[in-house]
Design a protein around this ligand. Structure first.
Ligand code: NAD
Length: 372
């Protein structure tokens, strides 16, 4: 079986779907691995290093034409799909909620499609969970990037020239990214507060040494996959009003609130921004899925009354080597679990919960009813 690993064509995405420290595992499974010329540019790994590790370099076109399993960090366009042979499989982060075209094209051409965004949240699948592996790094990057825009230091410093107060950081949304943002800000010495509609996270926030902000919104809760349920308009308004006071006293506000498969909720509006201190920073981690902050823009810093509103796409790409290592491990783990060495093919066993959830198209059929 030939695995083809593709380079991302998005300029800000420097991540590679394969990593030099993890490819050995696939080579040991007896798989032939082809990679697109220049795949390691964003992580400082040369073509030669991959060739030395036993991989073969080819053009994108040849990778697409010959791969039985194609690994990609982005949704493929029709021009790519047209080159792939029937019965091949695409495995990767394919942005499914914006990729109905890709899903339909795969179905038409009988190309199997595995969306790593749909890896179920069960213990056995944690090692394949791309959303968590990348959100974790993104949470770290959000703090580092926010700190760069602040004109104060994060930790308290007691110096002969006076005591410098620690920065106050407020994290809205305590999923994987939010937890890492809290942990990173704490390590850098900031005073951290956090809020989430899922009150089950209060204990996790406290265990990181941060303070959970209590806002009573009535019935909230989470889905069986651990995702937040959407709030009503009244609940959102109440949340905005009550968390506004915390924003006012914060130097950095990091928003991470997302809703799986739906636009992110708008949580920080101009009313709140106008009450914040000049020089403070709002980092909108949800900017790519609709945004949590009024006026935030993708890959832009918007200033309003001295408050900087930062929105950066592809956050995990800012630490591209670690992001690639984690992604490559996620893909490897999926392949290792479902590759049948004797038959030299993938084992699409739809009794398996991971296959059931992550395979969107199989043998021409759209398997997930959301996309039918
Ligand atoms: P996410 O990216 O969907 O959302 C980020 C956070 O925003 C969530 O915590 C969500 O509750 C919160 N949020 C949504 N609306 C909000 C609002 N109006 N105000 C404030 N916060 C709001 O979430 P995620 O990072 O995918 O994680 C969600 C949960 O799933 C976490 O508890 C995480 O630990 C858990 N998880 C479990 C597994 C597993 O068991 N394998 C894997 C990954 C994550």
């Amino acid at each position: 079986m030939i695995i083809s690993a593709l380079k991302s064509s998005v300029v800000s995405d420097k991540r590679s779907p394969i990593h030099i420290d993890t490819v050995k595992n696939l080579v040991n499974l007896g798989l032939e691995i082809w990679f697109e010329n220049g795949i390691g540019e964003g992580i400082n790994v040369s073509n030669e290093s991959f060739i030395d590790a036993g991989l073969k370099m080819h053009s994108r076109e040849d990778c697409l034409k010959n791969g039985n399993l194609i690994i990609t960090n982005q949704a493929l366009e029709n021009i790519d799909i047209d080159l792939i042979k029937p019965s091949s499989t695409i495995l990767g982060m394919v942005n499914p909620f914006s990729s109905q075209n890709l899903i339909d094209a795969c179905s038409k051409s009988k190309i199997n499609l595995v969306s790593m965004e749909f890896i179920p949240r069960i213990t056995r699948a944690q090692k394949m969970d791309v959303l968590s592996s990348q959100a974790n790094l993104a949470g770290y990057v959000a703090v580092i990037e926010s700190a760069k825009h602040l004109t104060t230091a994060l930790p308290m410093m007691m110096t002969a020239a006076g005591t410098l107060k620690p920065a106050k950081v407020f994290v809205i949304g305590v999923g994987v990214a939010g937890l890492q943002a809290i942990a990173t800000a704490k390590r850098l010495g900031a005073r951290v507060e956090a809020f989430d509609t899922r009150d089950v996270v209060e204990e996790q926030v406290n265990s990181l040494g941060a303070k959970f902000v209590k806002i009573d919104l009535g019935e909230t809760g989470e889905t069986d996959q651990g995702y937040a349920k959407e709030l009503t308009e009244d609940q959102i308004q109440k949340q905005k009003d009550l968390q506004s006071k915390v924003c006012e006293r914060s130097d950095i506000v990091i928003t991470t609130a997302q809703l799986f498969g739906r636009p992110a909720p708008m949580l920080v509006d101009n009313n709140t921004i106008d009450k914040m201190m000049p020089g403070s920073v709002i980092f909108d981690m949800a900017v790519e899925s609709g945004g949590n902050v009024e006026g935030s823009q993708i890959d832009n810093i918007v200033e309003r009354n001295g408050v900087k509103i930062v929105g950066i796409s592809n956050l995990a790409s800012k630490v591209s080597s670690h992001a690639s290592l984690a992604l490559s491990n996620n893909y490897n783990n999926w392949i290792s679990d479902f590759y049948n060495k004797e038959k030299s093919s993938l084992n699409f066993d739809f009794e398996d919960e991971i296959i059931q959830s992550s395979v969107l198209v199989y043998d021409g059929k759209i398997m997930n009813e959301r996309f039918q």
